[in-house]
Design a protein. Structure first.
Lengths: 135, 385
């Protein structure tokens, strides 16, 4: 990834900044400037809470280049509480413990040690919402 | 709009062609198709291909393939729409003849996939997905389909084993296809035991990548009438798109592009799904076969898998699919696949499908899907006696 591309997408990566449509109220992540629901311009920034539930997940055994050290890892579609779906890895959880409907929250994590351009890439992942332990 | 016909077909065996490059593969398929049609020089060439830039450092494939197929100087361009590149190339060929600009053109699909190391091929295939918001997170193309399959199983209450007959049917049919990559039957036991690639998708839910090329000659009615073989009419050619990323779709388990391209195709051909005799669908993964059957109107939502369980997809079933092995067992040279589907449909309609011949078929449908549902190209082909 180029440094400029990393810089350009920093707000969405690190703070889940998307957009809200001023015309129909749809909340958009990733940001895309034209609302896919009503077709009108949507450029108002909106910070997503980062909370959601697992909509679906998979465990990757045959990874793309650069992800070999992490196999097997869990990827998921997360349904954010604002209604959008987001694609991300799950972290801090054993693959066999993941289930559809599991409450998760966004965290910032290193994606890869170093990509082909020597950049250390940080991105959002989701982890299970920590439950208070009952005595 | 004037009637358009397919007057010649060609295909190489799908497999690991260590002795053939992109040029030799496409040359072989194109020369076969031109010979059948008894045509020396078509007016234009559309080359469907996805990965030549990433895996062979070769772009500019239109000119390259034209030149090496002995067609130097004609109009020639590459058409790219991920795994739907082949179908899209045929669609452009159709548009070129339908517009009246040309009377005879060639659509060729070619892919060379087995030379690169597997992780490089996996990375390249993931470029069919949204690079920034899907692939960047370490999702392989298989993983994206696995997300759909897991959710489908959850919503409709299926188990992994319920998908087995898609693979079993494809391999049974491939056994009689000399161009198939895996011409041998498999068992349900083998399906259940198969190695996981991206849970719940196993090796036997997945199509095999391979090298291959296929070509068809597309001609106007006037031109087609003077050709030696039974011309097969392209009754419909329709392409539709959806968001590239799955997370951008309001209803991920419904392939909207496949639905829209099917609907456009039915309207063009003035037929409905109940009149289609067989369906060469995009079984890159067994979940894609189920979702395509639903999007194209052959099964209600959540019931695509049931067609497989009840064996309605076999050669004797209500809607035969993958009649020559499909992507699963004929193999999936991605940018060539859409043309292979059409070549196989033409064989069925001409009555040249050998042991897998469907009796009395008149209307065949093909559907080529790019990405996890972002592009769908549907063709309806008709035998006109
Ligand atoms: Zn809106």
């Amino acid at each position: 990834m180029d440094i400029s591309a990393y810089w350009r997408t920093r707000k969405q990566r690190l703070s889940l900044t998307g957009e809200i449509c001023p015309h129909c109220g749809a909340k958009l992540f990733p940001p895309r400037d034209i609302c896919p629901h009503c077709g009108k311009p949507a450029r108002t920034p909106y910070h997503f809470s980062g909370r959601g539930t697992v909509y679906s997940f998979s465990i990757v055994y045959n990874p793309p280049e650069g992800f070999e050290p992490f196999v097997p890892y869990v990827v998921a579609l997360v349904k954010l509480e604002e209604g959008s779906l987001i694609t991300a890895q799950l972290t801090d959880v054993e693959p066999e413990c993941v289930y559809i409907g599991m409450p998760v929250e966004m965290v910032t994590r290193k994606m890869r040690e170093e990509d082909e351009d020597g950049l250390v890439i940080y991105n959002y992942k989701f982890r299970p919402v920590l439950q208070p332990t009952s005595l | 709009m004037r009637d358009i016909y397919i007057v010649g077909i060609g295909q190489t065996k799908v497999g690991e062609h260590w002795d053939k490059s992109l040029r030799e593969l496409s040359l072989e398929a194109i020369r076969q198709a031109l010979e059948e049609a008894q045509i020396e020089l078509p007016e234009a060439l559309f080359v469907g291909n996805m990965l030549s830039g990433q895996l062979s450092n070769q772009q500019n494939l239109g000119a390259l393939v034209a030149d090496h197929a002995g067609l130097r100087h004609i109009e020639a361009i590459k058409v790219e729409a991920a795994c739907a590149s082949g179908g899209a190339a045929l669609h452009m060929a159709y548009v070129a003849v339908a517009s009246g600009l040309y009377d005879v053109v060639v659509a060729c699909g070619v892919e060379k996939m087995t030379e690169a190391p597997p992780s490089k091929t996996t990375t390249a295939l993931a470029s069919a997905a949204d690079a920034l918001y899907e692939a960047e997170h370490g999702l392989s193309f298989v993983a994206l389909n696995a997300l759909l399959m897991r959710r489908y199983m959850h919503e409709y209450g299926y188990s992994r084993e319920d998908f087995g007959n898609f693979a079993i049917n494809a391999h049974r049919n491939a056994a009689n296809n000399p161009c198939a990559m895996f011409p041998r039957a498999i068992t349900q036991e083998a399906f259940i035991q198969a190695k996981m690639i991206a849970d719940p998708i196993s090796l036997l839910d997945s199509s095999a990548i391979g090298d291959g090329a296929a070509a068809v000659v597309v001609a106007s009615e006037h031109f087609a009438k003077s050709r030696p073989l039974t011309p097969i009419r392209i009754a419909a050619s329709a392409l539709a798109t959806d968001s590239v990323a799955i997370h951008d779709r309001p209803d991920p388990l419904f392939l909207q592009a496949a639905y829209l391209s099917s609907q456009k195709a039915y309207a063009q051909a003035q037929v409905g799904p109940e009149e289609i005799d067989f369906f060469e669908l995009h079984d890159a993964f067994s979940i894609m076969a189920a979702l395509s059957l639903e999007a194209a109107g052959f099964a209600p939502r959540g019931q695509g898998v049931r067609l497989a369980i009840e064996n309605e997809i076999s050669l004797q079933g209500r809607i035969p699919i993958s009649t020559m092995g499909g992507l699963k067992a004929r193999g999936h040279p991605v940018g060539a696949t859409g043309i292979y589907q059409v070549v196989e449909a033409v064989l069925q309609l001409r009555g040249e499908a050998g042991a897998n011949q469907l009796q009395g078929c008149r209307l065949g449908m093909t559907q080529n899907i790019g990405g996890s549902g972002a592009v769908a190209v549907t063709h309806i082909l008709e035998r006109v006696d």
